[in-house]
Write a protein that binds this ligand. Sequence first.
Ligand code: AMP
Ligand code: MG
Length: 330
Amino acid sequence: METKILGRTRGRFATAAAYIKAGEVVAFHTETVYGLGANAFDDEAVLKVFALKGRPADNPLIVHVHRDYDITQLIDGEPHYAAALRAAFLPGPLTMVYPSTGKVSKYVSCGLNTLAIRVPSSPVAQAFLRASDLPVAAPSANLSKHVSPVTAQHVYDDFQGKIPLILDGGACTGGIESTVLDCTGKVPQILREGLVTREMISAVAGDCGVYKRQTGEKPKSPGMAYKHYAPRCPTALANSAEEALRIYRNEEMGCGKPLILCESALIPALEGAEVLDLGATGEEMARRLYALLRRAEDSATLLIGIEPKARGGVMAGVCNRFKKAFGEQT
Ligand code: AMP
Ligand code: MG
């Protein structure tokens, strides 16, 4: 199968919608990362997404809808704070988990009685979803465990010849996946940190918890238990610039080609080493992280990461992805 990357081309959204209605899988730009979408009502199409990604069968998918889609068809009521959160943050990088009516394919939620819904703000995603006018189940458009894609080329690298179409919207401006928020309880609870932060949610909902799995407990958001976001080169995590330089020199002595990934502020302390600049602000680090991880895997024999020191806001999401990319369970 030929995989077409379609930028601004007349009729591309109608073409993509036709594929979706025919049970095919289509990749599309969103403001967070690229998604790999299928008609959420179609069992076969949803199973195709799991097969293409090599995604574990117990890791549920997020359903994407356009801004005017009537989600009351898909959910069994919502708590009072959820309407306020929708008004404040949607369309945008916030996924809300509701009690499900069970109308979409049972494979979407992998047996959970909840449904995760997202209304992306990317104009490409909106136009595609409007043309389809269906809930589109879409995980990130990467092979399972690999780094999430933030350009059409990243998607192509993982799925060339396996899907018919990638809707290109350029580089994703958000850069890390949406915040996943459990809206089934009295107080909203973050299951996965992202660009919509706990502070932002609390300011609207009055309160917001962050789910922490107890050891041995089945995770509320199964995806968080899996190895994720890993570049395909060996990695090492350092606590300081000095430690990173020590590991770097060792690798060079063994004739390797190491790279260091760290925040801008540390670069002056790493003279003589080849460094990938993660950025200075949380937003910048979120936007750059995955592209830099993908770049590193193409050239480095060892990628040495120094976890950013900045905290607050989107840094919770950035650090969560950063540590997972370097093999730490969070
Ligand atoms: P991805 O789309 O690849 O970023 O992964 C989707 C994330 O949303 C995973 O971490 C899932 O575990 C989570 N998710 C999807 N549906 C649900 C749900 N019904 N309840 C809890 N978490 C969910
Ligand atoms: Mg993913």
